[in-house]
Ligand binder design. Structure first.
Ligand code: NAD
Length: 310
């Protein structure tokens, strides 16, 4: 598991251990946290840009599957430093994929449906067959590596799965990631601080629309991919339901059940206005996604305990 000290990777690691697998985590702790690591996972503090160090640790462990979650995962950081973004997300990912081939292990790539398709017009959902229209260096690096993976996979025989996540939310989430708004809102609401709905176009509107998917659905997809059920496939991990920032704020205010101040903010340059993904391939392969109400309710309870204990 690369990126296993991060938000999604730590959940996948935990679930893989519960399913009876042995897990080795590789993470440079740049955004991940040591306390996210399941105690029974073997841990190596390695940067995936260091191919030799990664290769040595992986060959010794001899994995059945490599789930690749390590990434420069922030859109705004990718705009500030596109070179580092590409070094980690393209070259680092190639290191991991080439080592997966050498280990004869399956390779699961965490790509982004939330950023890769660009603007999704009102009333539509982006299906896997849509052309990639990356609008940030981060989306470019993820789309580029997908191209590499298909070409390299076909040429080399590497068995791979591409999971295109929507905006993943859940316990342990950090505010900086793609769907960080759930974590930001919950931390603030539970500490009696105001929250802000940034505009989709004009201040005071309902804000941008996103496809929020619960982390447990990303976990299910990874576990299925480890077993080979999704070999060679590219799959959106999403709900198909578009939720505006204002609707999200209202739901979270309801769940926290404390008086709340919700302010309006301006449009933030670089934010996609609308991103909603077609989940039909995922539903036929893995079943229905977790309903938003249930995922947000579980997430709120986790953040409530975290804020109370801090
Ligand atoms: N959170 C989302 O909504 C979302 C959506 C689409 C795709 N993704 C993808 O899912 C993956 C996990 O995202 P997340 O939200 O859990 O982010 P995260 O930042 O919590 O996890 C990424 C992990 O990778 C580690 N890492 C970063 N650079 C590294 C490097 N060079 N070498 C080794 N480890 C490194 C970090 O320390 C961190 O633990 C990423 O690939 C991200 O692009 C996330």
């Amino acid at each position: 598991m690369t990126g296993g000290a991060g938000f999604i990777g730590s959940h996948v690691s935990e679930a893989a251990l519960e399913a009876g697998h042995e897990v080795m985590v590789v993470d440079d702790l740049s955004t991940g946290k040591i306390e996210n690591l399941p105690p029974s996972a073997e841990f190596h503090p390695i940067d995936i840009r260091n191919r030799d160090a990664f290769r040595e640790a992986a060959l010794r462990f001899d994995p059945h599957a490599i789930s690749h979650h390590a990434a420069q995962a922030s859109v705004s950081s990718s705009v500030r430093d596109p070179v580092v973004d590409a070094e980690i997300n393209v070259l680092g990912s190639l290191h991991v994929a080439s080592v997966a081939l050498e280990c004869e292990s399956r390779f699961v790539f965490s790509s982004t449906g939330g950023a890769l398709y660009g603007e999704v017009p009102d009333g539509q959902v982006a299906a896997e067959g849509w052309a990639a229209r990356p609008l940030s260096p981060y989306a470019c690096s993820k789309a580029s590596f997908e191209l590499y993976l298909r070409a390299y996979g076909q040429a080399s025989g590497l068995r791979y799965t591409i999971l295109r996540y929507g905006n993943v939310y859940g316990p342990r989430q950090d505010p900086h990631g793609e769907a960080g708004v759930v974590a930001i809102f919950l931390r603030r609401l539970l500490s009696a601080q105001p929250i802000q709905v940034n505009a989709r176009a004009t201040e005071g509107d309902d804000g941008c629309v996103r496809d929020y998917v619960f982390v447990r659905d990303a976990v299910r997809a990874n576990l299925a991919a480890f077993e080979g059920v999704l070999d060679g496939r590219t799959i959106n991990i999403a709900t198909g339901v578009g939720t505006s920032t204002r609707t999200l704020a209202e739901r979270l205010v309801g769940l926290v059940d404390e008086p709340a101040v919700v302010n309006d903010g301006a449009f933030r340059a670089g934010d996609l206005q609308r991103s909603v993904l077609d989940p039909s391939v995922m539903i036929s392969a893995l079943g229905e996604p977790t309903p938003l109400e249930q995922g947000l309710s579980d997430t709120t309870e986790w953040f409530r305990e975290e804020v109370q204990s801090s």
